[in-house]
Design a protein around this ligand. Structure first.
Ligand SMILES: *Cc1c(COP(=O)(O)O)cnc(C)c1O
Length: 415
């Protein structure tokens, strides 16, 4: 990854961009945890000033907290955005971003293959009167076919989980901008290490920072990062109208002063601290995880022990060339394979010694999962197969263990 918005290279920005150390007394090498609900002020006038946004400062942790603000600044810096909003979870970030833009009667267009929680959220959005169109492929032609004068945004994942679909972000962003629509991208699986959608033309990034950003699997959180470039037409986006005076901060201000604040979607200060520490090692973790994932995928592919290894780094993989171009020669830490039968898949999951049987991703420890019986258990067979999940599919979130141990472990578990 080349240079960041603040002139630092990515690996340096992880440690020093949006650095909070200088702002607190005494200065500290990590961000202090402000474990407090409220911030008493010296006068009624000061408190009034903060409430009216006339003065900087904090009043109540649901609305703002210095530890959380430090995490937000770092997320904005490492995603190459203008400003960020930390949320209680990735799902809270997705809900706030989508409902912050669309209202009853509006429509959104989403890619076919999406995280299961997002698919379930769409059912509630439809109940709220927000129409959802899905497209099998993220192409201009497919979007054109379902777009209407009520379309308000396009939503997709940089790399879908677990099918590992990718899409051409600059091409789709320019289609969106011709139509005056924002492109909202879930960057969870790629992480800003592999891809910064905002630098490729996307307008808003949403992310489960519970995964690669935190890195240690020790807390749930999410973030919304805004490029600040999208111009919110007041007629099309009436909820944004009164926030337009904030210019590039309009969308985050609309959430911070409205929906996000009033749905209580705030992040706990301790989690912000854990994420600030965790994201410092994002680059070194991801380098190792991507190397391990490629080696494991190549080994699985040549082993004769499994079918259909899914990994973007394998030359025959759908999306390989686009991924190579868009992600600078790295392919992420998620892979899938088919064990041959559900029984063999369960046997494998039960037999691994190092990998944990767990439903999250993005931990430094390798995690294995049988998606059909877990995260896709509620999804109908047809939709499940469209998402690349068969009865014998295994998903692996590759960690930073010694690759020789991982391969030996997978070999004994598949034997
Ligand atoms: C995990 C995940 C989410 C949801 O994030 P939570 O932090 O669990 O709420 C959303 N999108 C993707 C792609 C994910 O992997």
């Amino acid at each position: 990854m080349s240079s960041s918005a603040q002139g630092m290279r990515f690996g340096t920005a992880l440690l020093h961009a949006g650095c909070p150390g200088g702002r607190t007394t005494p200065a500290s090498t990590t961000v202090p945890i402000y474990q407090t609900s409220a911030f008493p002020q010296e006068s009624a006038a000061k408190l009034a000033g903060i409430f009216e946004n006339r003065q900087p400062g904090f009043c109540y942790t649901r609305v703002g907290n210095p530890t959380v603000a430090a995490f937000e600044e770092r997320m904005a810096a490492i995603e190459g955005g203008r400003c960020a909003l930390a949320c209680a979870s990735g799902m809270a970030a997705i809900f706030n971003a989508l409902v912050g833009i669309c209202e009853a009667g509006d429509e959104l267009i989403a890619s076919g293959c999406l995280y299961g929680g997002t698919l379930e959220l769409f059912e509630d959005l439809e109940r709220m009167g927000i129409g959802v169109h899905r497209v099998d492929e993220m192409t201009a032609e497919a979007l054109e076919a379902v777009a209407t004068d009520r379309t308000r945004l396009v939503f997709a994942e940089t790399i879908s989980n677990p099918k590992l679909d990718v899409f051409d972000i600059p091409a789709i962003a320019s289609w969106c901008h011709e139509k005056g629509l924002p492109l909202v991208v879930d960057n969870t699986v790629a992480s800003p290490y592999l891809c910064r959608p905002l630098e490729l033309g996307a307008d808003i990034v949403v992310e489960s920072t519970s995964k690669y950003i935190n890195g240690g699997g020790n807390a749930i959180s999410g973030a919304i990062v805004d490029s600040g470039h999208f111009s919110w037409d007041s007629e099309r986006y009436p909820a944004l109208a009164k926030w337009r005076r904030f210019g590039p901060f309009a969308f985050i201000a609309r959430l911070r002063g409205g929906l996000w604040r009033d749905t209580g979607a705030c992040l706990a200060p301790v989690t912000a601290f854990l994420n600030c520490v965790g994201l410092e090692t994002l680059e070194v973790r991801m380098e190792r995880e991507c190397d391990n994932a490629l080696a494991l995928a190549e080994w699985l592919d040549g082993s004769g022990l499994v079918d259909e290894v899914g990994y973007l780094g394998l030359p025959g993989a759908p999306g390989h060339e686009l991924a190579e171009r868009q992600f600078g020669g790295r392919f992420g830490a998620l892979l899938t394979f088919r064990a041959g039968s559900k029984e063999r898949a369960f046997h494998f999951v039960d037999s691994v010694r190092y990998a944990l049987r767990a439903s999250n991703i993005g931990d430094v420890k390798t995690l294995v999962l049988h998606p059909a019986s877990t995260i896709f258990a509620e999804v109908g067979a047809e939709e499940r197969e469209l998402a690349g999940v068969f009865d014998d599919t295994i998903r692996v979130s590759v960690g930073i263990e010694d690759i020789r141990d991982l391969i030996e472990d997978f070999q004994q578990a598949l034997a």
